[in-house]
Write a protein that binds this ligand. Structure first.
Ligand code: ADP
Ligand code: MG
Length: 239
């Protein structure tokens, strides 16, 4: 059964429709990548799934339950942003603990979870620092750590590597792949405009074009059987 089901999702800002009827099933444990050019609606679609924006029409279900209208924290979803979105006045520890405090975790529970996530991401030495005392790569790990601590059923990533330099991009990409593996059944939805990231991380890729789904398939399917020149151009296959 699909864990996440999008049925004819539409989103308008004022008179402008930017998501134009997206239907898609995302399976439990799947690593789904949304790719497409800048402005095609990737971030908007992710924000609709997270509940950070209201859907104009259509139905979004998790585990068969319609979640339209549920707040982000009640959806069991955690999102990692391109800009990290850390609280500048809080330490790394407090940034990571923040989501759990909101969810009323006990102090001991919170400490255990933060320490385990910090260990996994190798940021234990930085727990007492402020975000401004960290490099971009370390900040992005903290942002990922903050998501892990919340133990979400679904992780959303919005171009998490785009502010990192080339070497760190590769290292962090491998870490995200490892994270998906280590976390077992956690579903991940990952937005990028980078073909290499899409091809290497995805179980399936959803190619978006101007607010619609152009094609969905495994990296190999899209490479071997692109349904349009747009997909072929994007994936880099020879059609
Ligand atoms: P992507 O992430 O693929 O680059 P976005 O989802 O950010 O694209 O944006 C899709 C379209 O929606 C763009 O034309 C953008 O200008 C528009 N858009 C996004 N957010 C808003 C908003 N809050 N108000 C008005 N227009 C928006
Ligand atoms: Mg975007």
């Amino acid at each position: 059964m699909a864990e996440l089901q999008l049925k004819d999702i539409r989103k308008s800002f004022g008179a402008v429709e930017v998501i134009k009827g997206v239907s898609l099933d995302i399976h439990s444990g799947e690593f789904m990548v949304f790719v497409g050019p800048s402005g095609c609606g990737k971030s908007t679609l992710l924000r609709l799934i997270a509940g950070l924006e209201d859907i104009t029409s259509g139905t979004l279900s998790f585990d068969g339950q319609v979640v339209n209208g549920l707040t982000p924290s009640r959806r069991g979803i955690a999102m990692v942003f391109q800009s990290y979105a850390l609280y500048p006045h809080m330490t790394v520890y407090d940034n990571m603990a923040f989501g759990m405090k909101l969810a009323n975790g006990s102090k001991e529970q919170i400490r255990k979870r933060v320490e385990a996530a910090a260990e996994m991401l190798q940021i234990t030495p930085y727990l007492d620092r402020l975000p401004k005392q960290l490099s971009g790569g370390q900040r992005q790990r903290v942002a990922i750590g903050r998501a892990i601590v919340r133990d979400p059923k679904v992780f959303l990533f919005d171009e998490p590597l785009s502010n990192l330099d080339a070497a760190l991009r590769v290292a962090t990409r491998l870490e995200i792949a490892k994270l998906h593996h280590d976390m077992g059944k956690t579903t991940m939805i990952y937005v990028t405009h980078d073909q290499v990231e899409a091809m290497t991380l995805a179980d399936r890729i959803c190619v978006l074009r101007d607010g619609i789904v152009e094609q969905v398939g495994t990296p190999l399917e899209l490479y071997e059987r692109p349904q349009s020149l747009f997909v072929a151009g994007f994936i880099g296959s020879p059609k």
